[in-house]
Each structure stands twice: as C-alpha cells, then as structure tokens.
Design a protein around this ligand. Structure first.
Ligand code: CAA
Length: 259
C-alpha cells in the first residue's frame, strides 16, 4: 500500500490493515488531508478481497484530538458550507468491512466521532471520550450529536455535548460506546486479535451482518427485521453457509471461500 503523510500503514498482519494516525505534534488532530488519506486506505481495502478488516489506532496518549483547529479557524461560514469533510465522513461511514478502533488516551471531538464510525472499539483504561466543541462556540459536526445519542442514549449524550465533560473508559464501556477495556499496553494487541478472528469468518456473512446491524440506527424495527430476513435468506444460498454447517457435523474447521 502507498505511503501517506498523516497515517502509518502496517501490513504485517495477514488479511488486515493497521492504520496508525500519525500527527503527534498536533495530538493527532484530523486535518482534511488526514481524512482524505483515511478514506483512500478504506477504498483500497474495499477493493482488495484479500483484506478483511481495518484496525485504527493513535498514540499511547491520544487517539485523536478532533478536527484540526488551525484548519477550522481559517474557514468562514461559506468555507464550512462548502467543506468537503462531510463527504469524506460519509465514505468512512459506508466502508463495508469491519473497522476496529484501538483507543488509548484522548478521543475528542472528531476523534470521538471517528470512534463512533468504528464497528468495535477496544479502549485502554486510560482512554477519555468527549465532545468539547461547546467550549469553542460550536457543536459536533461529524455525528457527535446523532451517532452519540443513538449509541449512549439521551442522558449521557446531552451531558457530554452540552457540558463538554469527558467520560472515562469505564463510563464508555457501560454506555455501550466501547466493547472492551484493556490495559493500554494491550489495546492494539486485543484489537488485532479480534480483527483476526473476524477475518477468519465467512466474508459474505460478515459484510451482511455489518450492513444489517447498522440499519438498526436508521430504521423502524419492522423494516430492520425485513433487512435482516432478506440478508439471512441471501446467505442461505452461499457455499460458505453449506460449508459452515457441514464442518460443524463433520467436527472439523470450516474452509470459507467468500462464495
Ligand atoms: N487541532 C489543532 N491542533 C491541536 C489540536 C486540535 N484539535 N489539539 C491539540 N493541538 C495542538 C496544540 O495546539 C499544541 O500545539 P503547539 O505545540 O504548537 O502549541 C499541541 O497540539 C499539543 O497540545 P496540548 O499542549 O494542548 O497537549 P496536551 O497533551 O496538554 O492536551 C488535549 C491534549 C487534551 C487533546 C488538548 O490538546 C485538547 O484539548 N485539544 C483540543 C480538543 C478539542 O477541542 N477538540 C474538538 C475540535 S472541534 C471538532 O472536532 C469538530 C467536529 O465535530 C468535527
């Protein structure tokens, strides 16, 4: 994979791409360039059938400190109106393969919103999550109102967005923002282990599962159930489904082919 200015790409684990946000001098603030580079990585992974999932991480102290404030300060209202960033966030949201975030330290503003774009979040016990935009006279602009309230509920989302107070890894775990907490030294390792496990599963089922689960954010229950039933039905026609059931009865490991 090509080189990026703001991201370090690690291809050393089979079937995975590990993306490290690499702007430590600005606490991994998310410039437009960085988001474009991230979307480019996701596009490359989408097109490569050998790659099954992405792990995204930051440094030991900061996952990402939000939108780059120097860049943001330079935009007037028309600049914000015509900003390409919402389109890039949409690309990230539409990525069809699993994204596992390994979060140590601060995940603030756009950093917390990037966490919300991940499918599974593993947090170090030093992680802090927050939407401090209110301190800047603005509000979250990449899902920190809509995705956050759907993820953690009204009480906590209101508290975070209106007060700017951060929540701990423990609070994020009990609120459903993160899936697991580890010691910070093991956050990335655990995220990679989980991504490897998912990479070993039948890819068509993984893709359908992610797509249908995310529909729950946007649909009524009955419509969501229809999506689920359709995906379930489609998967019933795959070779991998027959292989999975056969391997169960033959007491062997299944060999999935993505068909
Ligand atoms: N944008 C640009 N630069 C940033 C930045 C950001 N979001 N966050 C930190 N930096 C820069 C600082 O300006 C500083 O630069 P200099 O060395 O040139 O002075 C450098 O990173 C180190 O910052 P600190 O000294 O503040 O580092 P710290 O370790 O003491 O604190 C921090 C870390 C708690 C993350 C703190 O930097 C911070 O609060 N950052 C801003 C967080 C924030 O307000 N995020 C919301 C952004 S708006 C947004 O994200 C909108 C949206 O919804 C998309």
């Amino acid at each position: 994979m090509k080189k990026y200015n703001t991201l370090l790409i690690d291809n050393s684990v089979k079937q995975l791409v590990i993306v490290k946000i690499n702007r430590p001098e600005a606490r991994n603030a998310l410039t437009t360039e960085l988001l474009i580079e991230l979307a480019d990585v996701l596009e490359n992974v989408t097109e490569n059938d050998a790659l099954k999932a992405i792990v995204i991480t930051g440094t030991e102290k900061v996952f990402a400190a939000g939108a780059d404030l120097k860049e943001m300060a330079a935009l007037d209202m028309i600049g914000v109106l015509e900003d390409i960033r919402p389109k890039i966030w949409k690309k990230i949201a539409n990525f069809p393969k699993p994204i596992i975030a390994a979060v140590n330290g601060f995940a603030l503003g756009g950093g917390c919103e990037l966490v919300m774009h991940a499918d599974i979040v593993i947090a170090g016990d030093n992680a802090q999550f927050g939407q401090p935009e209110i301190n800047l006279g603005i509000i979250p602009g990449a899902g920190g109102t809509q995705r956050l309230i759907r993820t953690v509920g009204k009480a906590l989302a209101m508290k975070m967005v209106l007060s700017g107070e951060f929540i701990s890894a423990e609070e994020a775990l009990s609120a459903g923002l993160v899936a697991e907490i580890t010691i910070p030294e093991l956050t990335l390792e655990r995220a990679i282990a989980l991504a490897k496990l998912i990479a070993s599963k039948p890819p068509l089922a993984v893709k359908q599962a992610k797509e249908v689960l995310l529909k729950a954010f946007e649909t009524h229950l009955d419509t969501g159930m229809q999506y689920e039933r359709k995906a379930f039905t489609v998967l019933s026609g795959t070779e991998d489904r027959n292989e999975g059931i056969a391997a169960f009865f033959e007491k062997r490991k299944p060999v999935f082919k993505g068909r």
